[in-house]
Design a protein around this ligand. Structure first.
Ligand code: ADP
Ligand code: MG
Length: 368
């Protein structure tokens, strides 16, 4: 394995990384940094939790001219992700005197003006809010020379496709474009075709980490809630995440588990942002043991030590399976994922297994 310096990262940036405990590059960083340093347009995939954020950020830091304002834009699909990615990048940038701002929908606009009052070299934002500020001329994109679409598959599929295409067209044609994601979907391919002329496609490592034990349980639809309760009490998990397809299921299940004294909280777009952040923190602190979530709300969140993922519903899109179970087993720690399957969903799950070449084992000993 090469060191950051051997990859071509400048000394002061290497120092900043060491300062926060990042001594060696992770695999995706080792592959991506040298290519990004060559200013190539990149489309890369790597499993969740593998270090993609810094893989696409580090190379650009040396190119930042501190006298200029905005030079790099990183687009993310949700405010939670915006805050998380922002935090991670700030840790490296602060010691280097590089300013990082975050702009995301759902926040009072006054907060944005505070952010915009300073000179931001890098902005991380959700598409809608960012475009609003660009159109109101609160942000100038003339000096932007690197545009990143993080979790690009999700960005494009959550109705942000047009916004992303617009942003790509607003920045200079010579800008470096980077797409990072865990999976490449049809819309990602469409975006590449329509918006990026030349690029390199890099797939790093295996999609589903081998350290995650995947299991499935068959039951009748009506028995799912009982099975879930059994799984959660059997494992005595400290932190588990339960995924549902619908906001209404999230709300209902969360209520049900709380009635059973299971300390669960809902994470969906029906839950206010403040509450979501609060639940997330309680979960991280171990005061809440179960998060019940929809895919949209949970996407990309980095939470250490999730012991168990439960798929209460089979995900509506195959790639969501990869994202869901990627919440556990981060950084090569042991992980566990259980999918509850009713007869109506059997075929759908077989498709997922086929897509990713999985043979998920049957979990014995759980009966409704
Ligand atoms: P991804 O975007 O691929 O899901 P993240 O970029 O969120 O993953 O990184 C996952 C974790 O790895 C984060 O907690 C981050 O702080 C940590 N990390 C990133 N780079 C390094 C490194 N070089 N050494 C150690 N830890 C790292
Ligand atoms: Mg990420």
């Amino acid at each position: 394995m090469k060191s950051f310096a051997e990859l071509g990262v400048k000394k002061e940036i290497v120092h900043a990384l060491e300062g926060i405990g990042y001594v060696d590059p992770l695999e995706v960083q080792e592959k991506i940094i040298p290519l990004a340093l060559q200013k190539k347009n990149l489309v890369f995939t790597a499993k969740t939790g593998s270090g993609k954020t810094l893989a696409f950020t580090i190379a650009f830091l040396a190119r930042i001219n501190k006298k200029h304002a905005l030079q790099m834009i990183i687009l993310v699909p949700s405010r939670e992700l915006c805050i998380q990615v922002g935090k991670e990048i700030k840790r490296v940038c602060e010691p280097l005197g590089i300013n990082v701002g975050m702009l995301y929908g759902g926040r009072e606009i006054v907060g944005d003006y505070r952010t915009l009052n300073k000179k931001n070299h890098i902005i991380i934002g959700t598409p809608g809010r960012l475009i609003q500020h660009i159109n109101e001329k609160n942000i100038k994109v003339g000096d932007v020379s690197c545009l990143v679409f993080d979790e690009s598959d999700h960005l494009f599929e959550e109705g942000f496709y047009e916004d992303c295409a617009y942003l790509r067209e607003r920045v200079s044609n010579n800008s470096q474009i980077i797409l990072a994601s865990a999976t490449i979907t049809a819309t990602v391919e469409r975006f590449i075709k329509e918006e990026i002329k030349e690029f390199l496609l890099v797939r790093v490592g295996v999609l589903i980490p081998e350290n995650i034990v995947q299991e499935k349980v068959y039951c009748k639809r009506a028995d799912k809630e009982v099975i879930l309760q059994k799984i959660l009490s059997q494992k005595r998990v400290k932190r588990s995440m339960v995924f549902c397809n619908m906001k209404s299921t999230v709300t209902w299940l969360s209520g049900l588990l709380n009635e059973k004294k299971m300390k669960a909280r809902p994470i969906s777009n029906d839950v206010r942002e403040d509450d979501r952040l609060n639940y997330l923190n309680l979960f991280k602190e171990g005061k809440v043991h179960v998060l019940i979530a929809t895919d949209v709300a949970a996407r990309g969140l980095h939470i250490e030590d999730v012991d168990l993922i439960v798929n209460y519903d089979i995900p509506t899109r195959k790639e969501f399976y990869v994202h869901r179970i990627g919440r556990t087993g981060r950084n090569d720690k042991p992980g566990h994922a259980i999918t509850i399957i009713c007869p109506e969903e059997k075929e759908q799950f077989q498709d997922i297994e086929a897509e990713f070449g999985l043979s998920v084992r049957l979990r014995e000993g759980i009966r409704s």
